[in-house]
Design a protein around this ligand. Sequence first.
Ligand SMILES: Cc1cc2nc3c(=O)[nH]c(=O)nc-3n(C[C@H](O)[C@H](O)[C@H](O)COP(=O)(O)OP(=O)(O)OC[C@H]3O[C@@H](n4cnc5c(N)ncnc54)[C@H](O)[C@@H]3O)c2cc1C
Length: 410
Amino acid sequence: MQTSKSAIVIGGSLGGLLVANMLYRSGWDVHVYERVAEALEGRGAGIVTHPELMTALEMAGVAIDDTIGISVQERVTLNLDGSLERKQALPQILTAWGRLYSLLKAAFPEDRYHNGKQLVSFSQDEHAATVSFSDGTQASAALLVAADGVRSAVRSSLLPQAKPTYAGYIAWRGLVEEAALSPRTLKELFPYFAFGLPPQEQMIAYPVAGKNNSVKPGTRRFNFVWYRPAEASTTLKDMVTDSTGKVWADGIPPPLIRPSILAQARQAAHDVLAPQFAEVVEKTESLFFQPIFDLESQQLAFGRVALLGDAAFVARPHCGMGVTKAGGDAVALVRALSATSSVPDALQAYGQERRTVGEFIVGHARALGAYMQAQLLTEHERDMAERYRSTEAVMRETAVSPMAHAVLAP
Ligand SMILES: Cc1cc2nc3c(=O)[nH]c(=O)nc-3n(C[C@H](O)[C@H](O)[C@H](O)COP(=O)(O)OP(=O)(O)OC[C@H]3O[C@@H](n4cnc5c(N)ncnc54)[C@H](O)[C@@H]3O)c2cc1C
């Protein structure tokens, strides 16, 4: 027999750990199942924080102090020749995927986190949801939370029509050691949330913690995301083709990116970016790219099953809201579950609230990114591309939560 407060969370990344920690602290008997057999690695990706994320982390049992990330006070945009185009104040704390993962993982009981467990199917009845794993084992609980990411197997089976849509551009990403940077780049770039804005492209870069999550000066790292248009059937297809000719349509694993593609990107950095940014790209050892996708789910609650985090909605990264949104989903879900003893009723309330939020964030990020698309297909996209092309608008709204001033229709 399942207790009425038992839960299975599929996916042990940030979304899964946020909700599992909150459920655990609300008295739920919760287990997390993650398909990757070993500890997860975040490739050191930088994460912009917002006040809503800090609230969610605290509810998940994470104590917030100065070691959570690096505090940056100002934003700068550099011209192609490396001179300063614009500077403005915008205090923000920048952390890293690995830092959040280690804090959330440490807050959750080890014996409730199961690696090497890939969901292959699930079912539900009026009492419980039952999950089957690829190793032949099963688990049942009153609640099933799908935090299994943009390619969610749970969502694919419940909402086959909700598919990630390629946005028309890719993001080159990487990290470089603070100690490897030249004195000029350390002075003019490293202390800032920095922008480079070549036509139809965007470079953003900011400091993050270094090895072993160290925030000590001299040991930190500099993180960048460089958006470039890539037409799907030509440029992107070539970029996601490995040296054996295999095409990785959903994104190529970084070690398989062809050396010629990496060399082109490093050359382009010198051609279109300020020298300080080009140096950062040049000195990045593990340069990789990701195609950018939009994903919207028309429904988040299905009886005893809830979609959460990237499994539910994926916004383009321009608001820096992915983890914050997953945290907000978790807060709303746990709050809804504490308001009623009926899991399906709670999930209905959760779904209504968070679908509106997810649609809003996806729409706003789509507008911010329109000017980088390889093709503008609609009048609205052309309008948005015009609106968010200016340095002022990009600096004001990128990596800033759009929720603070949002008025959302129920
Ligand atoms: C270029 C870029 C920049 C970004 N910048 C930011 C930023 O600055 N700030 C921010 O907040 N967000 C950012 N994001 C988004 C952020 O990384 C995600 O939104 C966030 O990690 C959501 O996590 P999630 O846990 O929902 O999904 P994921 O992190 O994708 O985790 C899903 C987990 O489920 C597991 N899984 C999948 N299928 C199964 C299965 N069948 N069985 C068991 N386990 C399974 C996977 O192995 C994985 O561990 C960025 C994203 C990109 C692409």
